[in-house]
Ligand binder design. Sequence first.
Ligand code: IDP
Ligand code: MG
Length: 140
Amino acid sequence: MAVERTLSIIKPDATRRNLTGKINAKFEDGGLRIVAQKRVQLSQAQAESFYGVHRERGFFNDLVSFMISGPVVLQVLEGENAIARNREIMGATNPANAAEGTIRKEFAESIEANSVHGSDAPETAAQEIAYFFAGSEIVG
Ligand code: IDP
Ligand code: MG
């Protein structure tokens, strides 16, 4: 197995409810290390660009509004198979379909306000990490 890095975002629904620590415990208990972390307010341009792949989807404008509705916590998670492992810890996009014990099952409010983002493949992980972090901000 390979050690990977993946981009995680704790979304505004979760920061609003003060769930950062409980969500970080899920990552750490699940075997991932938080090797970079910063709390920021995304701009509309940043959110639109980050979710650009979804620009044609009906939910795009609502998603961007949601992502700038409050602070987010940007993170780099590291560990064995971190990209897939994080997706397991997060659970399915729609909390109605998320497995017991996952972040989205426990904390998500809706399919949109689903508490966390996680990269979905090695290429997107590398792009998403570079979008938000300088190499010097990541300390493994
Ligand atoms: P993912 O976050 O599990 O990778 P994606 O399909 O990449 O899911 O969607 C990105 C984000 O867009 C989701 O996490 C969620 O916040 C939002 N989203 C996805 N599908 C819907 C939908 O059908 N309605 C509203 N928001 C959605
Ligand atoms: Mg996705």
